[in-house]
Write a protein that binds this ligand. Structure first.
Ligand SMILES: C[S@@+](CC[C@H](N)C(=O)[O-])C[C@H]1O[C@@H](n2cnc3c(N)ncnc32)[C@H](O)[C@@H]1O
Length: 209
């Protein structure tokens, strides 16, 4: 199921200026290898949030080879940090290279291993937490990450409409069950103000009140 009418999606993509050269190279790699990156529409939304919140500390759960992190780093003020988490060594090595080429290497800290474990160990509060891990892990990721978000901060979560499977899949498989549970949980948090943006594959924005 398309979340956005393909004609509207095409219109949005056509309106969007060409990405930064490093991001463009990463987009080409993703297209060639079928790697799931957030892409320019969601990437620019993250950039807007970094600018609006004046984020200095960002934690990313599930970084791949760094497309979303580098998107944010490109607009983040000097002195800010983005902590990336990834299980795959090759993705980390590729991400480090791209970050150097984009001249944002100093802003990015890589944690190799499980994102939820790294989040659990993290000290202090974050301005933005971006969640893009395995979809079965979304409910646990939320339970671990939410206390680490500062008041006024924002948790952003990708793929929350999961190509429409959240409404269409019968019987739902584990990933869909995880996303549905996550969506119910985050809307039920008493200190969260949530909107689910039907952008690309569905983007959850949850501001901590
Ligand atoms: C959808 S991709 C991330 C894409 C990235 N956020 C972007 O848009 O550029 C998900 C990545 O998270 C990693 N991943 C999934 N679950 C993870 C976990 N629990 N801990 C660390 N990495 C994880 C996968 O190896 C994969 O590279």
């Amino acid at each position: 199921m398309n979340i956005t009418d393909p004609a509207i999606n095409g219109y949005l993509c056509k309106l969007t200026p060409t990405s930064h050269p490093v991001l463009l190279e990463m987009e080409k790699y993703a297209a060639k290898h079928g790697f799931p990156i957030i892409g320019p529409l969601t990437g620019r939304t993250l950039q807007q949030l970094v600018i609006l919140t004046g984020a200095k500390r960002i934690f990313e759960m599930g970084s791949g080879y760094g497309y979303s992190a580098i998107s944010m780093a490109l607009v983040m003020r000097d002195g800010g940090t983005i902590e990336c988490t990834e299980t795959d060594k090759e993705n980390i090595a590729r991400g480090r290279k791209h970050a150097q080429t984009a001249r944002v290497g100093k802003k990015i800290i890589w944690h190799e291993g499980d994102a939820l474990e790294s989040m659990q160990k993290a000290k202090g509060k974050y301005d933005i937490i971006f969640c893009d891990v395995n979809k079965e892990q979304y409910p646990t990721a939320l339970a671990i990450a939410w206390p680490k978000l500062r008041r006024g901060g924002i948790m952003v979560t990708d793929n929350v409409l999961w190509s429409g499977r959240v409404v269409a899949q019968k019987p739902p498989e584990r990933k869909t069950i995880g996303i549905r549970k996550f969506n119910r949980m985050i809307y039920a948090l008493p200190d969260a103000l949530c909107t689910l943006q039907p952008l690309r594959d569905g983007l959850m924005l949850a501001v901590k009140r």
